[in-house]
Design a protein around this ligand. Sequence first.
Ligand code: AP5
Ligand code: MG
Ligand code: ZN
Length: 214
Amino acid sequence: MDIILLGPPGSGKGTQAKMIADKYKVKHISTGDILRENVRNGTPLGNEAKKFMDAGQLVPDALLVDIIKDRLAKPDVKGGWMLDGYPRTIPQAEALEKILPALGQKIDVVLNIDVPDAELVNRLSGRRMCKCGVSYHLQFNPPKVAGKCDACGGELYHRSDDQAEAIMKRLDAYHKQTQPLIDYYTKKGIIATINGAGDIKAIFGDITKVLDKI
Ligand code: AP5
Ligand code: MG
Ligand code: ZN
């Protein structure tokens, strides 16, 4: 099964992705996690991407298309994948459509996680992340031991783009550049919208209702 997770920053893509990957055995591919790893390792891609990420802007399409092309060609995704954070623009979606047939892959469903802006700001300002990709929230989803990841014991950190100014810019970029994808995939008849406000497990329950039919 090949899945796209679509949704604004803070909608819970990463949170739900972990549970989906465990249950449906699909490979979780987060472009945000790939970019952050490159930033940490000081690669040329990371150095280029960092300026955009810290400013709350999207990284240029060409860089993302190269990342996805390489990633989807690796053998570990043959059993199915879930893209979290890609595509984020119409040109990225069009590029994906050109890449997939040669790999013998196709998008089965686009899960559109819908959450109002006011709640997104609360979620992002209280978020703490682990290098392994798991996210927590000081209030809504705290780790068992303060400051430590439940999954790997790693030290939690505050993402540099989870500051008020960058959060507002990310929301703006979402509405201008990413939201048009809802229309794009609705026309293709492969989108399912999930109400992303409420209890994390209840939202996962709604997602399983969609995925179990595929
Ligand atoms: P990326 O890392 O993808 O960030 P994002 O889209 O802004 O999404 P987030 O990771 O912030 O949110 P999420 O939906 O994963 O929410 P989470 O589960 O953590 O991208 C970062 C940057 O990289 C971009 O800004 C851009 O610069 C660049 N980039 C990446 N991909 C790109 C692309 N394709 N093109 C161009 N640039 C790209 O949850 C958020 C918080 O809420 C957590 O604290 C969590 O514990 C909590 N929470 C989750 N669910 C609930 C719930 N139901 N109730 C209460 N709290 C909840
Ligand atoms: Mg995320
Ligand atoms: Zn961890």
